[in-house]
Ligand binder design. Structure first.
Ligand code: RAM
Length: 486
């Protein structure tokens, strides 16, 4: 089966589309100690090249250049030598090269950048740099984009940034971020997919990613792993995030709803079903889910020690509902099994995680912690609903001591919950408030993590390692195009 899935993934490998971006800079005459900044005019992902010429007969010694690729302007002045984050500093996009002779130079890696800073560290003579070119790559075809007709200029700008974010993450797979990680994550994929359906419509790329995940089951637990490296050969990540594994089934149902592609649905049905069945087989006695053994749960990167039991149950129930509905729409005999599990699961989660008395999602299982996350997921899981659920959500958002989302990924689900509760205007306001704040900072693409009052927030202890073009942040284009067009 694994071979079959991988074959299918290979059949759907996209061709990358190249765009030559030539910044508006002529020849630069430089010498030791000087630096120059090249502005590409937008955020791109690709390969950078330029030419070095001598201006005298020879340069006497090699020229040493430090070349930095920045996703936003403030990175130009960052001091990388003080980096203290938890992830490897080699993700910081900077090269030191030595050049002996006049020649065309192509930088060794693929970069994600709007600005490029070139600093001359050593040189005995002046020299010239010219012919700057950024060969931008993506598998998102901008000519396939449906035109957006929207009167609100703020939403139009947010949509453009969201589409740019997705475009730059569409490569051989849907990457999470083209600066950092550069791999396929299951939770990220689900949100990229939703946005892809209403924008680039590259369904082959999506099929590729779904088949890659179907082939990536962990032998011990049966769960699909949380991430995959697809190049130079396919390698499964070792980390299992139970919410991500469950989302495989949600992503497949979304795919079927968007494309009506029965063949792919039936080829991947077994893989999706087994994720939900494993959860079912490992339910606690009270009928709720608990991550066990070698599995972690993601939900969000946020400040504070987020407790995730309620949220994990919500993810399961939310997916179960999508799965049951899809099977029902197909007249599939298994529909009933999942509908029954859904009903029982909701009742169990309500008694485990919801306090009627406080109208809040606070429970002993989660140490009585109050969070937007738990509340959102109990709404999306259909455990709480209507006016009281809306009040519980607003209270969780407003409470000074509740845990709040740290990533656009989690903010996406807040928006989904607001839409589910029929709060369309509130959702629009929420979207503008959160994603609009990144646009106001000058973002060309949306960030991996963003906290309005704390621009230095990082899940990794140092904001310099954050990815500023992160695909899970692209979903405003989904909401705008699905719900907010005039
Ligand atoms: C980070 C990335 C990625 C996310 C995982 C859980 O490595 O932000 O997008 O899916 O965490």
């Amino acid at each position: 089966m694994k071979e079959f899935y991988l074959k299918r993934a290979e059949e759907n490998l996209p061709e990358l589309i190249h765009e030559r971006v030539t910044p508006d800079v002529g020849a630069l005459l430089l010498q030791k100690g000087e630096s120059a900044v090249i502005d590409l005019g937008n955020h791109y992902v690709g390969y950078f090249s330029f030419r070095m010429n001598w201006v005298e007969k020879y340069v006497d010694a090699p020229i040493r250049l430090r070349i930095r690729f920045c996703e936003e302007e403030r990175e130009l002045c960052d001091d990388y030598s003080t980096y203290h984050g938890t992830l490897n500093a080699s993700w910081l996009q900077e090269e030191v090269i030595h050049v002996d002779f006049p020649e065309e130079l192509r930088m060794p890696r693929r970069y994600a950048a709007r600005f490029i800073k070139i600093t001359v560290e050593l040189s005995n003579r002046p020299f010239e740099l010219t012919d700057f070119c950024f060969d931008a790559v993506t598998s998102g075809d901008v000519s396939a984009l449906p035109q957006l007709k929207i009167a609100d200029p703020e939403l139009a700008r947010i949509d453009a940034v969201a589409v740019n974010t997705l475009k730059n993450c569409m490569q051989r797979v849907f990457e999470d971020g083209p600066k950092r990680d550069r791999r396929l994550w299951l939770g990220d994929l689900r949100l990229e997919a939703l946005t892809n359906y209403v924008t680039f419509g590259n369904n082959a790329l999506l099929r590729r990613c779904l088949y890659l995940f179907a082939a990536a089951t962990d032998a011990e637990t049966g769960f699909i792993v949380s991430h995959i490296f697809d190049y130079p050969q396919v390698v499964n990540g070792r980390w299992i995030l139970e919410d991500y594994s469950i989302f495989f089934a949600a992503a497949l149902c979304d795919y079927f709803a968007a494309t009506g592609d029965r063949e792919t649905f039936s080829e991947l049905y077994g893989a999706a079903k087994s994720q939900l069945d494993i959860v079912h087989l490992t339910l606690r006695e009270d009928g709720t889910v608990e991550a066990r053994g070698k599995c972690d749960v993601f939900i969000d990167w946020c400040a504070g020690d987020l407790k995730k039991n309620a949220a994990l149950n919500g993810v399961y129930l939310y997916t179960l509902e999508k799965f049951a509905d899809t099977l029902r729409s197909l007249g599939h005999p298994d529909a009933e099994i999942y509908e029954e599990r859904l009903g029982k699961g909701r009742a169990a989660a309500r008694s485990a995680f919801y306090s009627e008395e406080k109208n809040a999602v606070v429970s002993a299982r989660d140490g009585y912690q109050h969070s937007v996350h738990a509340t959102v997921w109990m709404i999306l899981g259909g455990v709480i609903e209507g006016e009281s659920a809306a009040a519980a959500l607003e209270a969780a958002i407003a409470a000074p001591d509740s845990l709040k989302p740290g990533t656009p990924y989690m903010h996406h689900y807040v928006l989904e919950a607001l839409m589910k509760l029929g709060r369309k205007e509130r959702a629009r306001e929420y979207l503008k408030d959160f994603w609009g704040a990144m646009v106001a900072r000058g973002a060309d693409t949306f960030y991996e993590a963003f906290v309005k009052d704390d621009p230095d927030f990082s899940p990794y202890g140092d904001r310099r390692i954050n990815s500023l073009c992160h695909a899970w942040s692209c979903t405003p284009a989904y909401f705008i195009r699905k719900y907010f067009i005039d």
